[in-house]
Structure formats: structure tokens, C-alpha cells
Design a protein around this ligand. Sequence first.
Ligand SMILES: [Ca+2]
Length: 118
Amino acid sequence: MGSSGSLQVKVGQSDAAFNDNMQYRVNGGPWQHLAHSKDAGDKSIIHASPGSEVQFRIQTPEGNTFRAGTTRNVDGLDHGRVNRTANGYTLGFEDQRGNGDGDFNDAILNLSDPGRFR
Ligand SMILES: [Ca+2]
């Protein structure tokens, strides 16, 4: 979480059959609903203290929950991949056990700091 205390999250174009439930939490708190992976263009703002740790995960229609940024998933794999973009970062997910085809575009979040990028 950057110094503005705000993180803009925009759903990117999913390349998967599943409509995944996307969630986040701040500093290990309760998971909260963020968006659905098929709702491309859907925007929301996460507010938290500067320096807070924000985590993301998906819940799939098969009943699996896959977290990004950790291998603490049922298959022992990290299901997220982060790429730098012009405006911030893109976080892409794989929504199948074993990380499916490995393209990490089943559920996509574009992350930017609205205080820095307008
Ligand atoms: Ca995939």
C-alpha cells in the first residue's frame, strides 16, 4: 500500500471459462469481496494505512480458493503473477489446480495508486 492510502483496482479481461470470485484483505484481516473476474472494467478503491499489506485471492466455481503471493494453496503453488505496467501493476491468476496452462490470465486485476497516476 502506497503513501496515498488508496489502491485503485480495475478488473482486466479474463481468458477463462470460470467466473471467479475475487477477494482481498488488509494486514491479515477478514477477506472481503472485491469483484468477479468476468466483470472487466469494474473498478474499486481499497483504502488502508500507508505501508499496509494487501493480499488477494480467488474462489473458483469448483470450490477452490487460490491465493497470490504465497505457495500456501492446496497444490503448493503460488496462483498469482505480478507484472509492472505503465500505471502500476497487473496481478494475474490461474484458477485451476496445478496452475492450469500457466498463462495467469484467468482473473486479472490492474492495480494503481490513484494519488500517483491519474
Ligand atoms: Ca490460464
